[in-house]
Design a protein around this ligand. Structure first.
Ligand code: SAM
Ligand code: SF4
Ligand code: F3S
Length: 467
């Protein structure tokens, strides 16, 4: 059953009218008003920040790249690990100084941290200069909340419901003119036992296919060349829509949009990925030959304790099925070291899994207990030092593998999208598989597809020249 609350278009129109009201208010004050938007966390937050910037631009703000002197500071936060939260609290702390130097500054905290009660309490008590706090489910209401702060003068705290909403028609100001994010769904239903995301982002809800296809079409028309479809688990796209559509179908529809562009997507969940997806990837010529398929642990016992819904064997079977269809597939993944109760032997299973799969790149994390998740309550006997030593071992081994895989590119030629200027007079480019190339070429190539001959490689990147 679809529980999603779709925000009526008239509501978004009302928010846009409130933006115009703020615009008028700001015009009464001298000088161009500046906003600084600081984004933490995943691509979903990047995509949300583009919508927040869309609202801010409509209000008349221009954008600055520092909090110093900005009239409005917006921190779009992430709660996925302790470290991310500490960084945000550190930066909120530092804002007391910028606000002292610029007393009119409005400080807003939004995003995933703002959906947690204990965070909101701490912001209320210990950071009295924070003016507005709102959770990710209320993003669409930002103009209303900001106007309330501006006109009533009181601090505003708004958390929002847990199930979540879908809002269409919010303007966007995108950060990149070649690579575009398109959210296809929001929230997560999986409740992996370590993860805070379902609590802060609400339940899975899919956007209507027509809205997604229209957005992709408008990006392609605007010259975007690299489009990433976003969701916490894109493989469950459509399950809540009662339209009989799924993610493989959506890929085919996006692929059928005329134009010269590449399609990426993230994140896929191994429990919902399978031959139907792999067949669609192989058949759709615009879909990049890359898959990010987080495995989290190489031990079936730990995977069960994580509530991941697959075993080591099933995961390896998926990789085999995928490689059978797309032999040159670039594979990346996420893994957690030191899940509560993970034994040394179970960690070794993770190490053996990365040896077996040989990922091109791996995002490695040490388990971070998140308040409210069930894993945070589990006994966790392994000493920190041992977790840390395991983590370093995994990282070292993966770096060797990534380096070896990169060596194999040398001497070959790959299509790439030149996307910007890098260091030492070189440009940056990405292969279709997403590998970074430091490219010797003229800056006039930026924004174009080129053939790059690979002349060198390191752990992290390739080096090349125009073929
Ligand atoms: N939905 C995606 C998935 O299931 O793969 C990714 C979600 S999360 C934003 C990105 C990664 O953060 C996860 O794949 C996981 O490896 C890591 N992560 C999530 N919670 C964590 C925790 N409590 N401690 C350490 N790493 C965590
Ligand atoms: Fe978190 Fe699991 Fe959902 Fe990914 S699938 S967001 S790891 S609960
Ligand atoms: Fe962080 Fe929220 Fe993304 S917790 S990783 S910003 S969904």
């Amino acid at each position: 059953m679809r529980q999603t609350v779709t925000i009526p278009p008239a509501e978004i129109d009302r928010q846009l009218a409130l933006c115009d009201q703020i615009h008028t208010l700001l015009e009464d004050r001298p000088g161009q008003k500046l906003a600084f938007v600081d984004t933490y966390g995943c691509q979903q937050n990047e995509a949300d920040s583009e919508r927040l910037r869309g609202y801010l631009a409509r209000m008349g703000y221009a954008f600055s790249d520092t909090e110093e002197g900005a009239d409005l500071v917006l921190l779009n936060t992430c709660a996925v690990r302790e470290h991310a939260e500490q960084r945000v609290f550190g930066n909120v702390g530092a804002l007391s100084h910028t606000k002292r130097r610029h007393p009119g500054q409005i400080i807003c905290v939004c995003g995933c941290m703002a959906r947690q009660e204990h965070v909101v309490e701490r912001l209320k008590k210990s950071f009295p200069y924070v003016d507005l706090v709102f959770g990710p489910q209320l993003l669409w209401q930002f103009p209303e909340l900001l106007l309330k702060k501006m006109t009533e003068g009181k601090r505003v705290f708004a958390a929002g419901d847990e199930i979540g909403t879908v809002a269409e028609g919010i303007p966007t100001v995108r950060q990149n003119r070649l690579k575009g994010w398109v959210s296809i769904m929001y929230g997560c239903n999986n409740f992996c036992t370590y993860c805070i995301v379902p609590y802060v982002r609400g339940r899975e809800r899919s956007r209507q296919p027509q809205e997604i296809l229209d957005e992709v079409r408008s990006l392609v028309d605007a010259g975007y060349k690299d489009i990433t479809l976003l969701g916490q688990n894109v493989n469950s796209y459509g399950k809540d829509l009662d339209l009989g559509v799924d993610f493989a179908w959506l890929l085919e529809q996006v692929n059928a949009i005329p134009g010269d562009f590449l399609i990426r997507f993230m994140t896929s969940h191994p429990k919902d990925a399978g031959p139907r997806l792999f067949d669609a990837m192989a058949a759709c010529e615009k879909v990049a030959p890359v898959l990010h398929l987080p495995f989290q642990s190489g031990s079936s016992r730990v995977l069960k304790a994580m509530n991941r819904g697959y075993t080591r064997e099933h995961y390896l079977e998926l990789i085999a099925q995928l490689r059978q269809r797309i032999p040159n597939i670039v594979l990346t993944s996420d893994v957690i070291v030191g899940f509560p109760g993970e034994t040394q032997e179970e960690f070794e299973e993770t190490l053996r899994l990365i040896e077996e799969v040989r990922y091109d790149a791996l995002f490695t994390f040490i388990f971070s207990p998140r308040r409210g998740t069930s894993a945070a309550k589990l006994p966790d006997p392994m000493p920190k030092e041992q977790k840390s030593a395991n983590f370093q071992r995994l990282l070292r081994r993966q770096n060797e593998i990534s380096g070896e895989k990169h060596q194999a590119y040398i001497g070959k030629t790959y299509r790439c999208l030149v996307d910007g200027e890098g260091e030492d007079g070189l440009l940056t480019a990405r292969t279709d598989g997403g590998r970074l190339i430091h490219l010797k070429a003229d800056p006039s190539c930026i924004g174009t597809w080129q053939q790059a001959k690979i002349t060198g490689a390191s752990t992290w990147a390739l080096f090349g020249e125009l073929a």
